[in-house]
Write a new protein. Structure first.
Length: 528
């Protein structure tokens, strides 16, 4: 595919990518049918997203550790894993995950694991760094050995991941980059309409200040008395690219005067990101586009999501449902989740998610993705659910569910509850945002030692306990991820609370009165 200059023809690259993708269904079926089949998973947890948006998330570089639960694949004797990162992963962190492989000696698992680091701390996507290093690419190819039995797993997919798959000569287990717009905020609204799933009133493909004002005016006309609207950047994530607009009252009835009043009110928007301001936000809106839609409000508002998977053979699977925990300045930033979503609307979002997934499958999408909803009701009323966005990538709810699935086996029953191979129902509470100033300075080996000393770890016999991720970011940022698995939601909550209590105690937060509440438990009126 490469010319003498080292550059590849994009047209040839796309053709070769589609040729490689044709291998995936057969390989996928073989792996699922024969667990001992020798195969290789190349894991590249690159955050190939808008880097300016990513900079809004503290400690983003350590999010590359979120997929370390993929090491649980090594429980299958034929599985090999090649895991790449920008910066080295502490050996104790790798050991922490390998000791979760109940019944598999750590030494045997290590022989089938290659941890590779590019030693590049720059704030750029990991995939981009790998592509810049031809000798590293050659080393990966040698480690793969049998490309016909290998595939690439990434956090999200772009043209970079497509190029990497072609350079390695293996298929990509993810969304074709040419389909990514289907998962933008604007694309999501169009897919919801095609699937016949209710969504908030609003407008997509908003690209400048004038279109934003016109959209706000039309929503106000369609929803008399509406107090607020939400503006979202097309390719933002975790709610960091959202802004809340409050309508001026009274809004002039004259169209020109009304538009002037709405334009002036843009200066008073509430930003989800701490350092955001109007001039910068409008620039990003011009670069990537966005949507504006009504802010759904009621006596009770929740933010559930459904995670789905379209297998390479076209099979649709409801993977999980969650109640998301949101917070931040505007109540729209993703902080964590509870699994499963409330029984009150679990079936409703699963059914709607299945219809949406059917449309995506018909358009060629494969891989894992999530769909966010807003569920609302007034006292004594029924729950109404509205789809608000599609995330055609792994997300905050992916890591905890992978941990549960890999460690306990099993799957969802007819009611959407996870039942392990032991026959026990499983629940969890999870977060990527367990954070406090007094956690800073706690080294990975300190955390691992203390979790053993205080009995915080995961018990494979009971299939309950606490699991940590993003451990590498703890010392610098005082931030890590936590998943607490229980046989009931109450037990999962109790394990979560006890873990936070112990962490506060060993870092001095409990005794000084500085205990930090890492998540907001109150219902929010915002949307991720």
């Amino acid at each position: 595919m490469a010319s003498r200059s080292g550059r590849s023809d994009p047209r040839d690259e796309v053709l070769e990518f589609h040729r490689l993708q044709q291998r995936l269904p057969k390989l996928w079926n073989a792996i699922n049918r024969i667990p001992a089949l020798e195969h290789t998973s190349v894991v590249v947890p690159s955050l190939s997203v808008d880097q300016e948006e990513l900079s809004k998330i503290e400690g983003a570089s350590f999010y590359e550790e979120r997929l370390l639960f993929a090491l649980m694949r090594l429980r299958h004797p034929g599985a090999r894993v090649i895991y790449l990162t920008s910066q080295p992963v502490h050996p104790d962190i790798v050991d922490y995950y390998l000791q979760l492989l109940h019944g598999v000696p750590g030494g045997l698992a290590r022989k089938r694991l290659a941890m590779l680091c590019v030693w590049d701390y720059s704030p750029r996507p990991l995939t981009e760094k790998i592509l810049e290093r031809p000798l590293l690419l050659e080393r990966i190819r040698r480690l793969i050995a049998r490309p016909e039995r290998a595939y690439l797993t990434c956090f999200n997919t772009t043209s970079r991941e497509r190029r990497l798959a072609v350079r390695l000569g293996i298929p990509l287990n993810g969304v074709d980059p040419d389909l990514l717009e289907l998962g933008s905020k604007s694309g999501s609204r169009q897919i919801f309409a095609a699937a016949g799933v209710a969504a908030p009133a609003g407008f997509e493909n908003v690209n400048d200040r004038r279109q934003l004002v016109i959209g706000l005016a039309r929503i106000a006309q369609a929803r008399p008395g509406l107090r607020r609207a939400i503006v979202k950047l097309n390719h933002s994530f975790s709610g960091e690219g959202n802004a809340t607009f409050t309508y001026p009252r009274p809004l002039p009835s004259d169209e020109s005067e009304g538009h002037r009043a709405l334009d002036a009110a843009l200066l008073t928007m509430d930003w989800s990101a701490q350092a955001e301001h109007l001039e910068h936000y409008l620039r990003k809106l011009g670069e990537m586009g966005g949507v504006v839609e009504e802010c759904l409000e009621a006596g009770e508002v929740r933010s559930p999501s459904v995670q789905l998977r379209i297998h390479p053979d076209g099979q649709l699977q409801i993977v999980s449902t969650h109640d998301q925990i949101l917070g931040g300045k505007t109540g729209q930033v993703y902080l964590g989740c509870r699994f499963p979503a409330s029984e009150a609307y679990r079936a409703q979002i699963s059914e709607a998610g299945g219809r949406i997934a059917g449309v995506l499958r018909d358009r060629g999408v494969i891989g894992r993705f999530g769909i966010d909803f807003v569920a609302l009701r007034d006292p004594g009323g029924e729950w109404d659910c509205y789809a608000i966005e599609i995330n055609l990538r792994m997300g905050g709810t992916t890591t905890p569910f992978l941990a549960l699935q890999f460690l306990t086996g099993g799957g969802l029953d007819a009611g959407g509850v996870f039942v392990s191979t032991s026959g026990r129902a499983k629940y969890y509470r999870a977060t990527d945002h367990l954070k406090a100033p007094h956690y800073r300075g706690l080294l990975p080996e300190d955390l691992i030692e203390q979790q053993v000393r205080h009995g915080l770890g995961y018990d494979p016999a009971k299939q309950t306990g606490a699991l940590f991720h993003m451990i590498g970011g703890l010392s610098q940022y005082g931030k890590l991820g936590l998943t607490c698995i229980g046989d009931s939601q109450a037990e999962a909550e109790a394990i979560f609370d006890q873990t936070v209590k112990v962490l506060d105690h060993i870092t001095g937060g409990g005794s000084s009165g500085r205990r930090h509440a890492p998540l907001l438990d109150r219902p929010t009126t915002g949307m991720e």
